[in-house]
Design a protein around this ligand. Structure first.
Ligand code: SF4
Length: 229
């Protein structure tokens, strides 16, 4: 969290068990599935350490088997037809069996990724990749499968030419290149939560203006407004 997490490499496991931070039922708060009842599977560890990251993906010691994960999803699912796999960085672990098993159970699966890693998933129309770029380059093989991009907008740290971030995710205030979307894909802009009311108002305005000026879609972290996870 907040750039202090260990940077963890991609693991070589067979995917029969995974390091899981938490599994919970909620409403998807942001991006293309906003408002959808969803089961979230948050996996442990990330291969990046962003200074603004407010997610805990390191404190769990839970390493359930796939069967335990599917049981938990079934117990929680209620009305959910969407499972969101997030992190940390979900592509860091072998999620091929997990994704395959969820698709077999007729779930739509949304992956939230920073776009730097790749795995040969059972690509299909029920598998949806939302990439929030944090680095200058994305994984070339993954880029072909990205359905939507989501950019965190911080007031004063965007490029005038396209309204997207142009500053480092590693160090606050330091210029840095961030990968741009492939043409024709949905682009969402979302205000960065700086845990500071005044700054957040500026970030909301900057996101709104970027959407109006460049034709992106504004998305807010509505789960935070609703008091949900
Ligand atoms: S890539 Fe995402 S999960 Fe990983 S540290 Fe950055 S913001 Fe947090």
């Amino acid at each position: 969290m907040f750039g202090t997490n260990p940077v963890r490499a991609q693991e070589a496991g067979d995917g029969s068990s995974l390091w899981v931070q938490e599994i919970f039922y909620t409403l998807q708060g942001e991006g293309p599935f906003t408002g959808e009842p969803s089961v979230f599977i948050r996996l442990g560890g990330c291969n990046l350490a962003c200074y603004f990251c407010d997610t805990d993906f390191e404190s769990s010691t839970w390493r359930p088997t796939l069967a335990e994960i599917f049981d938990k999803v079934k117990a929680l699912q209620s009305k959910a037809r969407l499972v969101v796999i997030t992190g940390g960085e979900p592509f860091r672990q072998n999620i091929v069996p997990l994704v395959g098993g969820l698709l077999e159970r007729d779930f739509t699966v949304q992956l939230e990724t920073n776009g730097t890693l790749y795995q040969d998933l059972p690509w299909c129309s029920d598998l949806f990749v939302v990439c929030s770029p944090k680095t200058p380059l994305l994984n070339e093989k993954l880029a072909a499968h990205i359905d939507a991009y989501k950019y965190l907008i911080k007031d004063g740290e965007t490029d005038e030419r396209d309204g997207l971030p142009s500053f480092s995710t590693r160090q606050s205030g330091a210029p840095g290149a961030i990968a741009r979307p492939l043409p024709g894909k949905s682009v969402f802009v979302m205000p960065l939560d700086e845990q500071d009311e005044e700054r957040n108002v500026l970030n909301i305005k900057a996101s709104m203006n970027a959407a109006l000026k460049y034709g992106y879609r504004l998305t807010l972290q509505t789960h935070k407004y609703l008091g949900l996870r």
